[in-house]
Design a protein around this ligand. Structure first.
Ligand SMILES: C[S@@+](CC[C@H](N)C(=O)[O-])C[C@H]1O[C@@H](n2cnc3c(N)ncnc32)[C@H](O)[C@@H]1O
Length: 202
């Protein structure tokens, strides 16, 4: 990801609608007993900052140095950011009580494989939080929400719609028979938080 990409995403993340739906996802996680949080593919760090504000000790990781530079520059100093890919984290045996990934599955070629890797990072009893635009996100629903005046940060939303519409993660990935994820609808169903509680000791 280029420096321009990091700047563009920082700008998109500053929109009220984007902040609000990530805030709701953090609320859904609530207060876990152990308070370390690993945000994978953190980009410019919005989700990491929101989790840190709730008292979590957050490490944001991203494969792009430009994203990590942007996250560091936007941080009030409460999170740690490191340049690292998901493969590297798995190889190191990294673990956290809350592992999150927002808009990560949509940018990688094999979401199923990556979901499995993310699960492996979660400590026993911890949580995996995945945030993605949902199957209900398309030009029709997006444009309707824009014209109804329900979106705060309309320009950023339009860019998000342009970039992401038609590029969503298939929700069946989270609805598997054994241990399905809990779904929390966000942004009027245009996005969703998917939460998986890890019960078993590994
Ligand atoms: C669409 S952005 C989402 C950023 C942020 N989480 C958000 O919700 O706005 C996807 C991010 O994932 C990062 N990424 C892609 N593949 C990755 C990998 N294998 N390991 C870690 N980060 C990765 C990209 O560099 C990018 O910053």
């Amino acid at each position: 990801m280029s420096a321009f990409g990091a700047w563009l995403l920082s700008w998109a993340q500053s929109a009220e609608f984007y902040t609000e739906f990530h805030e709701r996802a953090v609320e859904a996680v609530g207060q876990q007993e152990t308070r370390d949080w690993l945000d994978v593919g953190c980009g410019p760090g919005l989700l990491s900052r929101l989790a840190a504000r709730r008292g979590y000790a957050v490490t944001g990781v991203d494969i792009s140095r430009h994203m990590i530079d942007a996250a560091r520059s936007l941080s009030a100093g409460n999170e740690t950011y490191i340049v690292r890919g998901l493969d590297g984290l798995v190889a190191e045996g990294a673990k956290a009580s809350v592992v999150s990934a927002s808009s990560l599955l949509v940018v990688i070629p094999n979401p199923e494989l990556v979901l499995g890797q993310l699960e492996r990072l979660v400590r026993p009893g911890g949580l995996l939080l995945v945030i993605e635009a949902g199957n209900g996100f398309n030009w029709r629903t997006g444009v309707r929400a824009l014209f109804d005046g329900r979106i705060r940060g309309r320009l950023q939303f339009l860019v998000w719609l342009f970039v992401r519409s038609g590029r969503t993660v298939d929700e069946s990935l989270f609805r598997r028979e054994k241990r399905p994820f809990r779904k929390i609808e966000l942004l009027e169903g245009m996005a969703a938080a998917w939460i998986l509680k890890s019960a078993d000791a590994r």
